[in-house]
Design a protein around this ligand. Structure first.
Ligand SMILES: Nc1ncnc2c1ncn2[C@@H]1O[C@H](COP(=O)(O)OP(=O)(O)OP(=O)(O)O)[C@@H](O)[C@H]1O
Length: 370
């Protein structure tokens, strides 16, 4: 028997509308979440994240596969008997009850005093002590989601299912609440499945992050392991690795040694079918092409023997206070290779059309299998 959630061969299929064939939203997914751990699911829109979560909740019929809690299949168990808590993006609070009425809603079999105590405890936990009597309509978006979390956690669910819980909030609030959410869930020892399309949020909240593509779970790993070894082109591209170089291109740039065995992702027998993926921040401008530090020497941080690269700036923008550029790299071989989201350095040479020299941080590269 395995503790916690264990999903095997899960399929969710929707009937097609008006002459269209059925839609396979979840296609044979296996996933385990040990008790007390948090797993986040990432993936492009339509990749099946919500369908998987909703099937676990009991809100979508299961076409095939099993969903077990502590080894017991719950597929035939109705939603309200699974003992799972739910939290969605927004619009889930009862507007005609106050905060306490919402948080205490799922607390059955308790005296009034016990319920009031639990509500107060939950409001304290989510950082809203003293809010019990507040009307729901007076809360900000962030406060409303804190109340929704308090309500979901109040009955001590065995598993908490969160579907894009922070997506309606602005970025700064999302970042703060993601950190708070992790602290709250880990403090409570809550087992959780967390669906989001925001990778920063997923990596902040979860112990393990899964990436879904077209109904399948392509990769499941701890955040650092996912960055070190995304596994496939699809997952790497989703995470924002750019560019993803084929072996010949990596070798032409003098970076072939990074494809050698002994690094994560370098699997036995991996030969021509591997390439080098550059994570965001792997490349940065070290100066203009001529006469710049590193122009004819090394440009690599963390791997001094690696040569830098050169290219032409295609686009420039300001991101989070820093300049970011897209650069067309000079790579022999004919394919146009664009590095998107390169750090613009000190701003001396990052205008559109300028020739620049780039340094590579080897620690931010990964080996990819094609
Ligand atoms: N009720 C439904 N009826 C028919 N098809 C559906 C239904 N719900 C979802 N789908 C389809 O199933 C696929 C997976 O959708 P799902 O909402 O699970 O993806 P998702 O990864 O959560 O996307 P998003 O991030 O946009 O919410 C999509 O092709 C979607 O169009």
């Amino acid at each position: 028997m395995r503790d916690g959630l264990s999903i095997d061969g899960l399929r969710v299929v929707y009937p097609g509308g008006r002459g269209a064939g059925p839609v396979v939203a979840v296609d044979g997914v296996g996933l385990g979440i040990p008790s007390g751990r948090i797993t986040a699911l990432l993936g492009a829109s339509g990749s099946g994240k919500s369908s998987l979560l909703r099937a676990v909740a009991g809100l979508e019929p299961v076409a095939a596969g099993t969903i077990r809690w502590d080894g017991r299949d719950v597929v035939a168990t109705p939603v309200h008997k699974r003992g799972f808590g739910l939290m969605f993006q927004e619009g889930q609070l009862f507007p005609f009850r106050d905060v306490a009425g919402n948080v205490g809603y799922g607390l059955t079999g308790m005296t009034r005093a016990q319920r009031a105590r639990r509500v107060a405890e939950m409001l304290e936990l989510v950082g809203l002590p003293g809010y019990a009597a507040r009307p729901i309509t007076t809360l900000s978006g962030g406060q409303a989601q804190r109340v929704a979390l308090a309500r979901a956690l109040a009955p001590r669910p065995r598993l908490l299912l969160l579907d894009e819980p922070l997506s309606a909030l602005d970025r700064a609030l999302r970042e703060q609440l993601a950190g708070d959410l992790r602290a709250i869930l880990t403090e409570q020892g809550t087992t959780a499945l967390y669906v989001t399309h925001d990778q920063d949020e997923a990596m902040t909240v979860a112990d393990e992050v899964g990436v879904m593509e077209a109904g399948r779970l392509s990769r499941l790993a701890a955040p650092e392991a996912l960055w070190a070894d995304p596994g496939s082109v699809g997952v790497a591209a989703f995470l924002g690795f750019s560019p993803i170089l084929v072996r010949e291109e990596a070798e032409a740039l003098g970076w072939g040694s990074l494809l050698d065995a002994g690094r994560p992702g370098a699997r036995a027998g991996g030969g021509a079918g591997v390439g080098l993926a550059l994570a965001p921040g792997a490349l940065s401008i070290v100066g203009p092409q001529e006469g710049a530090p590193g122009a004819d020497g090394t440009g690599g941080r963390g791997c001094a023997e690696l040569p830098g690269a050169s290219g032409t700036v295609l686009a420039r923008r300001v991101r989070r206070g820093g300049v970011e550029v897209d650069v067309s790299l000079d790579v022999p071989g004919g394919r146009a290779v664009v590095a998107a989201g390169v750090s613009g350095g000190d701003g001396a040479a990052n205008g559109v059309g300028e020739r620049v020299r780039l340094g590579l941080d080897a620690s931010r590269t990964a080996i990819i299998e094609f």
